[in-house]
Design a binder for this molecule. Structure first.
Ligand code: ADP
Ligand code: ZN
Length: 604
């Protein structure tokens, strides 16, 4: 059985070997057992049901909540020579009838269906007839966390999927999700009647993603443009906090010559769909979006995810950044934030309608995220730790590991800042406080007679940026809070007292100097190839773009970046050499082999 699976993996999917627990999962389901699979985004969940469906008799039925994605999945499978189809509301009656006939005639390996469709009497009857005929290979329940009422993707129909087990007890089921926490896992097992299923819990580490956090000045557009300069021609997502911010950032990027598109819930539906389509199909589009965008986006070659505003929690952040680098190739998760973000989010929580308990929870989540941002330790260790997974640290692929930040004893500076807040009666924001500390005599300073304060000019040793960093870290650490009713005036909290009394010392992260950030490591391209291989890679990409346009499918469905890169590096001379490259299965070799060789020949 194992060798049959491995053969299929190589010949049909073109992958040299299994990843992580894939082999065990395939074995488990192919031999007729149930499985519950937890794997991070990009871990390779699809193969876990696609292979067993091919290995077993009959057609595999895949329940998927996202109609928009079915088509891409099916298209990708067809490119591999797998007989796949989907049934959903976008199909007209004739097309749907055709799919049903194929199912009953045993002409399908995989059938994707939306949960509401699956639960109709008509479809259940169809499944009865299929089971009596060519057979049902398995049921795969994708995005299984949709069964959880506490998650944000709750789909009531998922609760009724137990019918699959009741009606066809002999057909193995496999439920898959990338949502990790233990309560959700228990709920999935319970709600889907999968208590007996074997659980496969993978590490949630995404070693190919490089995490980076930078401090921003003002609205941060400069920092973003610097970051994007290192990702020219690559697809990526920029997450912003609100619709307004999305539109603004998209405009700024377009003005700077970036191929950027906006995406948010306030746009007309057709425009939104068109933008999503373009992002999926074209190479190198940057989508500027609110976090609603990306759930279930299976585009494997998203090379970066940038947050220009603070996300609300580490869970959210990890899920959003997980959309980068699903193909396993190097990708970057970049986050910029500043004092303004901290103040805004704290304010939003305070002003919200939520009850006290909920607010406390939100505050704790934000604190955890801020702790992550200001940390000088390995980011990966901190992220995985949040999900209960131990990591040895020193990952070598986060900003703190690559370029260890300096920290400094900020006790003295913190005391100056805090007493300045106190002396000026807790009525002013950071900008004005910094002017007082640095002894800058503005009109406002004079109007309030702040030159006479004992804290006037006591902070001339630090520049405005450094002071801004001090205030940000004091707010992040909860020693200062912004007063919404008084134009974000900063005021002391109980946590400030021990510092003012000299009972507690503080260490701060050193602000990176401006110039260094400009050059910063992020501008080195993620994908490095020798100049000649780069020429071949570019030619192959152009060919792939044209081919994808002709067939009206996303570029990655033809070949992944990783495959193109491997071809560009190996520079194969004939079809045999080409066949040896990972990502090239039999069907693709037949379909595209000659064309690929021609491209290589043309640039040689
Ligand atoms: P998930 O659904 O877990 O997010 P996918 O099933 O979409 O992940 O797989 C992510 C990417 O990894 C896809 O591009 C897929 O082709 C690739 N992949 C999956 N399994 C393997 C493997 N064994 N070897 C190489 N690439 C793989
Ligand atoms: Zn690290």
């Amino acid at each position: 059985m194992q060798t049959a699976a491995l053969d299929l993996l190589r010949t049909t999917f073109g992958h040299p070997g299994f990843r992580g627990e894939q082999a065990d999962i395939v074995e488990c389901v192919a031999s007729g057992n149930d499985a519950l699979v937890l794997m991070p985004t990009g871990g390779g969940k699809s193969l876990c049901y696609q292979l067993p469906a091919l290995l077993r008799d009959g057609c595999g039925i895949v329940v998927s909540p996202l109609i928009a994605l079915m088509q891409d999945q099916v298209e990708a499978l067809r490119q591999l020579g797998v007989r796949a189809a989907c049934l959903n509301s976008t199909l007209d009656a004739a097309a749907a009838a055709g799919v049903e006939r194929d199912l009953l005639a045993g002409n399908l390996d995989l059938l994707y269906v939306a949960p509401e469709r699956l639960l109709t009497g008509r479809f259940l009857n169809l499944l009865d007839r299929a089971q009596g005929g060519p057979g049902i290979a398995l049921f795969a329940i994708d995005e299984a966390h949709c069964v959880s009422q506490w998650g944000h993707d709750f789909r009531p129909e998922y609760r009724q999927l137990t019918i699959l087990h009741e009606r066809w007890p002999g057909v193995p089921r496999i439920a898959l999700t990338a949502t990790a926490d233990a309560p959700t896992r228990r709920e999935i097992a319970e709600r889907l009647a999968l208590d007996e299923a074997r659980q496969f819990v993978s590490s949630f580490d995404r070693p190919n993603i490089r995490y980076r956090v930078v401090q921003k000045d003002g609205n941060g557009s400069r920092a973003l443009l610097d970051f994007l300069a290192g990702h020219r021609g690559e697809s990526g997502i920029v997450y912003a906090f609100s619709r307004k911010r999305v539109e603004k950032v998209a405009e700024q990027l377009q003005a700077a010559g970036v191929d950027a598109l906006p995406y948010h819930a306030g746009m007309p539906a057709e425009q939104r769909a068109a933008n999503q389509r373009r992002f999926l199909q074209a190479d190198g589009v940057v989508m500027v979006a609110t976090i609603a965008f990306g759930m279930g986006i299976d585009k494997p070659d998203v090379r970066f995810v940038a947050h220009v505003d603070l996300p609300k929690s580490i869970e959210g952040y990890y899920q959003e950044t997980g959309r980068a680098g699903r193909d396993g190739q190097p990708a970057e998760a970049w986050l910029s934030y500043g004092l303004g973000d901290v103040v805004n989010l704290r304010q939003l929580i305070n002003q919200g309608e939520a009850g006290e308990e909920r607010k406390q929870l939100e505050v704790r989540k934000l604190d955890a995220l801020l702790g992550y941002c200001e940390s000088t330790d390995c980011r990966r260790q901190a992220l995985l730790g949040w999900f209960g997974e131990a990591h040895r640290g020193a990952c070598g692929n986060c900003d703190n590991c690559i370029d260890p930040p300096e920290s400094w004893d900020g006790t003295e500076a913190a005391r100056k800042a805090l007493s300045c807040v106190y002396r000026s009666e807790q009525r002013f924001g950071a900008g004005h406080l910094i002017d007082i500390l640095r002894g800058v005599s503005t009109e406002k300073v004079q109007r309030f007679g702040h030159e006479r304060l004992s804290t006037w000019g006591i902070g001339a040793d630090l520049d405005a940026r450094q002071w801004s960093g001090v205030f940000r870290q004091l707010v992040a650490g909860g020693l200062l809070e912004a007063d919404v009713e008084r134009h974000n005036a900063l005021r002391l909290t109980a946590l400030a007292t021990p510092v003012l009394r000299g009972e507690r010392s503080l260490r701060f992260r050193k602000e990176a100097p401006k110039a260094a950030r400009r050059r910063g490591g992020s501008t080195t391209p993620m994908i490095e190839l020798a100049p000649e291989a780069m020429l071949r890679f570019d030619a192959l990409r152009e060919w792939r773009a044209a081919t994808a346009r002709e067939q009206n499918v996303p570029a990655y469905v033809i070949f992944h970046d990783a495959t193109l890169r491997a071809i560009a590096e190996a520079d194969p001379g004939d079809l045999d050499d080409l066949a040896g490259i990972a990502g090239i299965g039999g069907t693709k070799l037949e379909r595209y082999g000659e064309a690929v060789l021609q491209q290589l020949f043309d640039v040689a």
